[in-house]
Write a protein that binds this ligand. Sequence first.
Ligand code: AMP
Length: 398
Amino acid sequence: MKKSIKDLGNLQGKKVLIRVDFNVPLKDGVITNDNRITAAIPTINYALEQGAKVVVFSHLGRVKEEADKATKSLAPVAARLAEVLGQVVKFIPTTRGEDLDEAVKSLKNGEILMFENTRFEDLDGKKESKNDEELGKYWASLGDVFVNDAFGTAHRAHASNKGIASNIGAGNSAFGFLIEKELKFIGGAVDNPVRPLVAIIGGAKVSDKIGVIENLLEKADKVIIGGGMAYTFLKATGRSIGISLCEDDKVEYASQLLEKAGDKIVLPVDTVAVKEFSNEAPSRIATDDIQEDEEGVDIGPKSVELFSEVLKDAKTVIWNGPMGVFEMPNFAKGTIGVCESIANLEDATTIIGGGDSATAAIQLGYADKFSHISTGGGASLEYLEGKILPGIESLSDK
Ligand code: AMP
């Protein structure tokens, strides 16, 4: 078991390095959604209230060339953080050097500073993203203890997570409250679920989610498959799928999974079929009769009914991926139907594993009805695959 921030003891007077995920959407320098900032507040406040000297840092987008610096500065994020916290956040527009060293040294108890986008270091041989040894050591040297609360990058071994954790000294690193919540819900659902555990997986491609499907087939009582990836499975059962999304090189694999899993896998029984990939295209509900020139863009009403029936008795639900091309309003009904069924379960732990399904639930106004919506798309997928996340694995053991 890894240490949580509460296991680091009294933080008064300590220099606490906190890696957060402030990779917020920015338009013309204005933050369009500050969820990621507010999500990190419990951890930051915990340290500040204890009288720590807090240093926060994050990546923001990808920094590939010098010109990216202008649009990828964390300065507006520091300003927003100051507003949310209601206290001064000193922003240091660099990732290393004397100014930063001095600013950290002159922090008083209960004060906070933030330094520039960690990925500015990627301009110099990808030092952040390749976990440059010297960079991790340098950042670690700025603090007494390290708290990682950036779940969104926990599946990557970067200098700003693993690099610092490996250099901060034995027993001095821990996860924050946001990662703690992710571990509790996703980890709890996969490793120790209240049963029945029903997983519902959608999205475009089988190949993107092979690891997730395999791991969840082992752990769950039922695995519902919808979205574009369902057609590869439907083809494997011998059904006609027309020109629906299909990975021909995965049909054999899907067939083996279906054989092995028996009735554990639940597939759609009808489809919204169109002849043209457009929201305005005329559509019809096809069952076993998708025509050669038709494409499935959503699950049909009978599938929503079937999936809801399977979900009805679930005590734990994990959902990842939309049931259709939900970006087009006419083909969002399947995703909405499934979202409603999960949201309305009264006695179940319901988890969304990030990405498009999280967006859908939030847009539909169901965010509060889920037990947990993961903040990390890639990280939660890897976690659902049963993979070890280096940003967490590298933290101190209890
Ligand atoms: P993923 O990132 O793998 O979760 O995939 C999400 C994408 O899958 C969304 O952009 C959907 O539009 C797309 N998608 C879902 N169902 C279908 C489908 N039946 N045909 C084509 N694309 C789909």
